[in-house]
Design a protein around this ligand. Sequence first.
Ligand code: DO4
Ligand code: MG
Length: 266
Amino acid sequence: MQHDESVYQLNYQWDELVNRDGLHGFLTKALQAATKVTDSNWQNHLLPPIENQEVWAAGVTYLQSRDARVEESQSSGGSDLYKRVYDAERPEIFFKATAARVVGDGQDISIRKDSTWNVPEPELTLFVNSNGSIEGYTVGNDMSSRSIEGENALYLPQAKTYDKSAAIGPCLAVLSAPISKETVISIAIKRDNVAVYSDKTPLSRMKRELTELAGFLFRELTFPNGAYLMTGTCLVPPNDFTLAPGDIVEITIDGIGTLKNTVAHN
Ligand code: DO4
Ligand code: MG
């Protein structure tokens, strides 16, 4: 656990540590008895903040995601679906990944070899405990194949779920209050050390409430260890952009940190 400038060791399994109500208060108390980590290389040993949690994702929660998808699905006739789900009471929520398919900060993320148009999706990602309470936040990358999703909306699971298609990290931020809507999420993609795309947006552009998204996920599903929920993307690169192996993707959310990954093929 990192607090201010210091790092502490807590002797818990991840699932047991994080899956509780009032996580911030619990950690504040646990800090008093925790041992300080003196190894200055502690950052080299970071794993993704996940053990037995599933990763789910919400979609079309920002106008920009809706508009990009309406455009990419024109020829398949699916564009009406995205307009409808943006306006509907029920959000789009889909299964993204099991923990084994998730990578953390500093690890490779993957683009599919059978996909011609690939993008990262920078997303505020919620940790929701088994009681449905949002207890922490992380940075998420919902890697997506726009060519496969654009060909047919029913291909969404193939566009979204494959090995190393999800990245979360670098930490689970446990805040004393719900995250502010003024928080900014930004992305920078570098190719051969040159910036090829960057953009940012405040979370206030999201059409839905975070509690609303978590509420829908937990309606008829139980998560004994809690779950991660990516909350949708607002930052969509221009249509002529596709990721290439070797690209470096950096996603930053103020107050949480930066998730950095290199693009590769599985
Ligand atoms: O509708 C397909 C997926 C949407 C999505 O992943 C997003 O808006 O972030
Ligand atoms: Mg997404």
